[in-house]
Design a protein around this ligand. Structure first.
Ligand code: FAD
Length: 384
């Protein structure tokens, strides 16, 4: 390994930037190069699904340009630059033909939106909003338009539905699930949130898939598998995210659902580390901000000579559906237990407990979200 070469960080999302901020506290002189496929603007991705209600442009959501960040952090940032190959044996990444040597490499290249498959000549009018540039494009497309079709009723689909209604759009949601937020909420809690959104005018089509999208003037008509047609001016797909793996696979770096890392955030290859949406840490892919913040703090120490395992405490997820607020702390996958649920209108307290009565997870809606503080104290850490 070439120990005089710089640290190279691929990705300038929250994972990349938070890591480099932490690194700078510990190693003011370390040479660092960040490489990003996008424009390198620093922004908080969760704000993308509150921007229509607040009527914020992409420029207003950006907190700093790549040049601002490079100056502030005293680093080099290569923008609009895609890494195309990694050669772990020789400690180099490639941008096309150009090699860039590293002493330590960090993969913080995030997850990509899963593209829905469907027929029809309007498929190219389906957008996903997974970064600031997507958000800017989508805002331009719906400028002056009325009707938005949201595909998917998970966290991101529900947040966009609430936010776009708040922004003055007519919203219909199509998702092939029995109830909204299927992986996060038990039925009663999901119904409370759905009823809240319906009260704002959101129309749900739960069960069917979108099978075809045809152009219709400037807009589209979506055909659903149950025979319903939905006309819309624009379509947002929020059917899921998938960690980016291609480059890692080609480089022989071990992957599973994400890039496989141990608790030092080290991959299968020496001097190659990962964090954020692309990482699978001890079997967990957590597409949230809190885990990547904890990872950034630990990894900065490890990279500067103090090997430090990351630990995840209790990390509840807030679903930004302000009409019916939601806080949920999912139980670890496959944990045995059952839901104990109390519902009064929009207010649901659902506790997931095992035989012994220990709290393993919870879902709170409406006024019950304030009970999170007490419940958090009872919960086990996600990764102690
Ligand atoms: P990203 O921000 O995706 O960054 C990836 C970076 O890698 C980008 O700079 C990209 O250009 C670069 N890149 C990719 N491939 C290459 C390549 N080959 N070469 C060079 N560069 C490359 N989480 C929460 O905890 N709370 C919330 O309320 C919340 N709300 C959300 C709302 C929305 C609409 C979305 C989409 C997500 C939300 N999340 C939320 C999730 C959270 O935003 C993400 O977990 C987090 O932003 C991921 O950061 P990241 O740096 O890992 O990835």
């Amino acid at each position: 390994s070439n120990s005089t070469a710089p640290f190279v960080v691929i990705g300038t999302g929250l994972a990349g930037y938070n890591l480099v901020k932490e690194l700078r506290k510990l190693a003011p002189e370390q040479e660092i190069i960040m490489i990003t496929a996008d424009d390198g603007r620093n922004y908080s991705k969760p704000m993308l699904s509150t921007g229509f209600g607040k009527n914020k442009s992409a420029d207003e959501l950006a907190m700093g340009s790549a040049a601002d960040m490079a100056a502030q952090l005293n680093i080099v940032i290569r923008t609009h630059t895609s890494v195309t190959k990694i050669d772990t044996a020789n400690h180099k990444v490639f941008v096309g033909e150009e090699p860039i040597s590293y002493s330590k490499l960090v993969l913080a290249w995030g997850a990509e939106a899963i593209r829905p498959r469907m027929e029809g000549d309007g498929a190219d009018r389906v957008f996903s909003i997974n970064d600031l540039e997507d958000y800017a494009s989508f805002r331009a497309i719906v400028d002056g338009k009325k009707r938005v079709l949201v595909m998917g009723a998970g966290l991101i689909g529900c947040e966009f539905a609430n936010d776009m209604v708040n922004g003055g759009f007519e919203v219909e949601v199509v998702a092939p699930c029995e109830h909204i937020l299927p992986t996060l909420l038990p039925t009663e809690a999901a119904h409370a949130v759905q009823e809240g959104l319906e009260g704002l005018g959101v129309k749900f089509h739960l069960g069917p898939l979108v099978t075809r999208i045809n152009r219709d003037g400037d807009g589209v008509v979506a055909q659903l598998s149950n025979g319903t047609n939905v006309a819309a001016d624009a379509v947002v797909s929020a059917i899921g995210l998938r960690p980016r793996l291609d480059l890692a696979v080609k480089a022989g770096i071990q992957v599973n659902h994400g890039i496989v890392a141990d608790r030092l955030l080290q991959t299968s290859e020496p001097d190659v580390y990962t964090l954020g949406d692309c990482a699978e840490v001890e079997g967990r892919v957590l597409l949230y901000v809190l885990p990547l913040m904890a990872s950034a703090r630990a990894l900065a120490k490890t990279l500067t000579g103090t090997p430090t395992e990351v630990s995840y405490g209790v990390m509840p997820v807030t679903v930004k559906t302000p009409v019916v607020p939601v806080v949920v702390s999912p139980a670890a996958p496959d944990s045995a237990g059952r839901w104990i649920i109390e519902r009064e209108g929009a207010d649901v307290q659902a506790e997931f407990r095992n035989e012994a009565g220990d709290l393993l997870g919870y879902a709170l809606t409406g006024a019950k979200v304030m009970n999170k503080v007490a419940l958090n104290k009872e919960l086990p850490a996600i990764m102690p």
